[in-house]
Design a protein around this ligand. Sequence first.
Ligand code: GAR
Length: 216
Amino acid sequence: MKKIKIGVLVSGRGSNLQAVIDNIGNGSLTAEVAVVISDQADAYALERARTHNIPAVHISARDYKGKREEYDGLLVQELRKHGVDLVILAGFMRIITGTLVKAFPNRIMNIHPALLPSFPGLHVQKAAIDHGVKFSGCTVHFVDEGMDTGPIIIQAIVPVLDNDTEDTLAARILKQEHRIFSRAIQLFAEGKLTVEGRIVKVAGGRTESDDHLFNP
Ligand code: GAR
């Protein structure tokens, strides 16, 4: 199977990037990280990329206030330069524009630390606790021009416990993020994902189940 080339956009610590690198290393992900791009010069994710000899690029957004399309044009240029097949947003804390979405239609994935469409946006682990939901989790979705609105590929759920803080819930969710992001990328690499409207059809996906989950 041909390895797909991934471009990873990051802003911070890059634990999701690390999980992808590790899963490529252990053979469970048939892909190559072609480039890591950050809008933050000091993102630890860039360090992680360099450690693995992956091109690590900082593209500052400083001169692009109010010019999001232009900034995204630079991202597209860099991603194309590295022959990227699939773009993944791994903790990339910028709103992206049609310039990027149109350059990679149904070829951009985002990981979000909540069960979309509940709790889009930021600080969502706290929002889940404050709302009193009994389950939260994470979602990998294709990116469209809305915020956290694109077609859902895969979700994992975790219980919200009575003594959870924002940090303990975030940590429980993050563990699952590290699993499902790679799984979504592998499904893409195997050509198993088809987007029909806002539904993602997964070849070999589940059609029946006798599982029930409840909490408490
Ligand atoms: C992850 O929890 C990811 O789901 C979240 O940022 C964190 C990045 O962690 N992304 C968003 O909230 C996007 N709106 P990481 O840098 O360790 O991968």
